[in-house]
Design a protein around this ligand. Sequence first.
Ligand code: ADP
Ligand code: MG
Length: 565
Amino acid sequence: SESSLVSTLHRLDGRGYGGYKQLRGTHDVGGYRLAVDHVQTDPFAPPSKMRLLIDREDAGFPAELLITADQRVAVGDFLAREVAAGIRRAGVGIAGKGSGGLSIGTPGQQVLDRTSIRFTESTLEARFEVALPAAGRKALGRQAARLLTEDLPQLADETLRFSAVDAQALTDHVIGYVDRLALQSRLAERGLVAFVGDGAVLPRRSGDSDRPLDTDATAFTSPESLRVSIELPSGRTVTGMGVPAGITLIVGGGYHGKSTLLRAIERGVYPHRPGDGREWVLTRDDAVAVRAEDGRSVAAADISPFISGLPSGTDTTSFTTTNASGSTSQATNLVEAWETGSRLLLIDEDTSATNFMIRDDRMRALIPDEREPITPFVERIRALYEEHGISTVMVVGGSGAFFDVADQVIALESYVPRDVTDRAREIAGIEAPASAQPLERPRTPRAPTSSSLNPGSKRKAASAAGRAAMRYGRETIDLSAVSQLVDPAQTQAVAHTLDRIARQADGHRSVIELVDEVMEILDDDGPGGGLEAISPHHGHPGHLARPRRQEILAALNRYRGLEIC
Ligand code: ADP
Ligand code: MG
């Protein structure tokens, strides 16, 4: 009961930190139940894990907002943000190592399926990480009692009850999310790969912030020739630029907003929160940003469509290296995206290897084709589309070489897009894009060995180290170039999926089969599926957010220990 929790904590005050482990179990706090699933062993260990349980009836959220899994994701996202804001207001966040405080995770600009808030049949669960307060190695029991029996229930009163939240904002959040998913799923039937709504604000506040630029942003306006209107489930119609399937170039002078537009399209695989500026930027959910990433490791990738006949005699149908070059890394990233089944590649000249992209006539005159291992992307891009249905949206400011193969050319001038397809064709002296050379699908499948995924040196579960890195056994998997992995909670979920894949790998199952098994679990919205099911923990699953299959494979492919049968 509550009074016994308080008296336990008061008794622990000033004693050894280890005493906190008595808290495990379920307690009543301020009309809620508090399930303490995991207690940290010392003040510097990862925080303790607790769930606050509320009767759904008590919480009072209308059933019609919680019917579908998508609606529950949106309500969960809304409430997690409310709780996070409540924690900030009350000043009860986790300030640093050793300080006491609460966290429900920190949702960013994307609206993702996450484990912070969960609706079951009868309860609403809020999952907290709780840093139990300490002075040196001593428990501050009285302070912990205030945190758990006063601050926490008050926070729940203010944020986790329908009567306490802005009902209109909540309803709009849910409707908006469902509309955005609908728009995304309707792109294909309209022959589109991406949509950028009129009025969108694409630039970000700074290079290290995903928040919108608040002053002086030029709102997006679609060129008339590409303008489409799409009706949404709510009855609302949005108008903007539809990017058709095929090959689309984004051109324009330096600093005119090309990369910003491409970056928004890249992030458009996820719906964004209201106020982000990119609410109506949606992209096919299988789109993959493909860039050069020299130094990455590669295990048995078939890059032969792009690179063959290396001077070393290396077999590029099964290319393995611990240190890829610019061009081989970009070729690898491309064929791996292809292997995941992606139908849209996003490429920016700023992060591309020039020799992978193009080769001009002077260079051909100097270095004959038979002595050049690289078939540049410009010669493959149409076959990718015509034979394999893979579209490309690409930023090119420095070369007209792609004019011959483009279906659309969009020019940005001071952030304003214009359709310049006709003019680009005139310059190239063509009426329609050149047709394709035949192109074979890279050799798949690749089956990882069990021993390489389960090395003796791997004694602990894989774990995220922020958004862009993961510890896997003795290795660190570098994910800094995996730009569509957007949230540390996604990285943690990817870590769990890799542990599961490691258990399933048998030298026969391909990377695709292995990831498909994981996706089946994630896609199951029943009680035994979803993110909860990939967590190794009982009760509180940890702060996880749903990753795409593309990012799971990206992490697996970048594991330096990976061996393919
Ligand atoms: P490019 O790739 O064409 O060189 P960028 O996309 O990198 O250009 O953009 C250059 C600068 O302009 C960036 O600082 C970016 O934030 C800013 N910017 C981009 N789009 C807009 C916009 N619509 N309104 C205001 N500033 C923008
Ligand atoms: Mg740029």
